[in-house]
Write a protein that binds this ligand. Structure first.
Ligand SMILES: [Zn+2]
Length: 347
């Protein structure tokens, strides 16, 4: 029997806990009456114009510091074109080839996991399928709620550096702790503020070439992430050991039957026709702003550029790292400390 190596890369979408949405003044809150937090901008009505939320950029800069990203001089927004009923404009404003954060990393139990990029984008609305068990194909009708449309998201794209379901869970757990501690998100997987998609492939141990990857969606907790990955790894190993091939496709995790199911193959992959968003200027955070963020996050970027990987400890257990796992103690919304003396752990 062959020895197989598992290769996993995770894409994490995190909703930023700004007061308002990414391009308009509508409240960014979970659980409001459907279609009450909406305006011409986030409904995509003709003639409306977006204005970028400064707080979202600030939060992106914090993520840049905490995850050791390079933040280029400028980044720009693109339109990602596709049709979906819960997306009012039929395109999503996102970042494409010039994202706000590139080439970061996260230390997971002593292993450095690379992060290719993190970019800002707007969330879509939500559809609710009524009847037929909530599935679109059997539903009697569907309802749409645009409250979430335009909520700021960061998509954090990890490199395929993870070697098993357990490590993937640890990565998400650590990432969640960091994002919560720097106060950019409430990171509630059950409310969808943190969502994870996984790319999984298998290759013979000791080889370098990547196997055919399968993308898995719809994992709503750390537990379901672990279960889905374990199932998928076993499925792929069984295929390869039976002499069959793994199809490149997107698969949907079903929590109830404990399996992944094929959704669409890559042959039907979308062409998103990205083009630069003409209604928004480039994002160019000036040096003073960057310095301010860096100064207030002193342990995120130490001399030598490592937060904790020399000791192999997580940020929460590293001496001198003032943002601990429990986060900022002064209330639900994190605020920058006024002075060094105000930081927990240094007084
Ligand atoms: Zn709005």
């Amino acid at each position: 029997m062959n020895e197989w190596e598992t290769v996993i890369g995770l894409e994490v979408h995190v909703e930023l806990s700004t007061a308002t949405k990414l391009f308009c003044g509508c409240p960014n809150e979970f659980g409001a009456e459907p279609n009450t937090n909406v305006c011409p901008v986030c409904l995509g009505l003709p003639g409306s114009l977006p204005v970028l939320n400064e707080q979202a950029v600030e939060y992106a800069l914090r993520v840049g510091e905490a995850l050791h990203f390079t933040v280029p001089e400028r980044s720009i927004f693109h339109r990602k074109n596709y049709f979906y009923p819960d997306m009012p404009k039929d395109y999503q404003v996102s970042q494409y080839d010039e994202p706000i954060c590139v080439d970061g990393r996260l230390d997971v139990d002593g292993v450095e996991v690379g992060i290719e990029r993190a970019h800002l984008e707007e969330d879509t609305g939500k559809t609710l399928h009524v009847g037929g068990g909530g599935r679109i194909h059997e539903a009697e009708h569907s309802l749409v709620d645009y409250n979430r449309a335009g909520v700021p998201l960061m998509e954090i794209v990890g490199r395929p550096d993870l070697r098993g379901p357990e490590q993937a869970r640890a990565y998400v757990g650590e990432l969640r702790a960091v994002l919560q501690a720097i106060g950019v998100s409430d990171v509630k997987m059950e409310e969808g503020s943190l969502r994870v998609d996984a790319n999984v492939s298998i290759r013979p141990a000791g080889t370098q070439e990547l196997g055919t990857k399968v993308e898995i969606k719809n994992m709503n907790s750390l537990r379901s992430l672990g279960r889905a990955l374990e199932y998928e790894v076993e499925r792929q190993v069984a295929l390869l050991e039976a002499g069959e091939r793994v199809a490149q496709e997107t698969r949907h995790w079903d929590e109830e039957d404990g399996r992944t199911h094929g959704m669409r193959s890559k042959e039907e992959a979308f062409d998103y026709r990205y083009f630069p968003e003409p209604d928004l200027v480039p994002v160019v955070p000036d040096r003073a702003w960057r310095e301010r963020v860096r100064a207030r996050c002193p342990s995120c970027r130490r001399p030598g550029g490592r937060a904790s990987s020399t000791s192999g400890a997580s940020p929460s257990t590293t001496p001198g790292c003032w943002w601990g796992r429990r986060g900022w103690p002064s209330g639900p919304r994190w605020r920058w400390p006024r002075s060094t003396a105000a930081r927990p752990g240094t007084s």
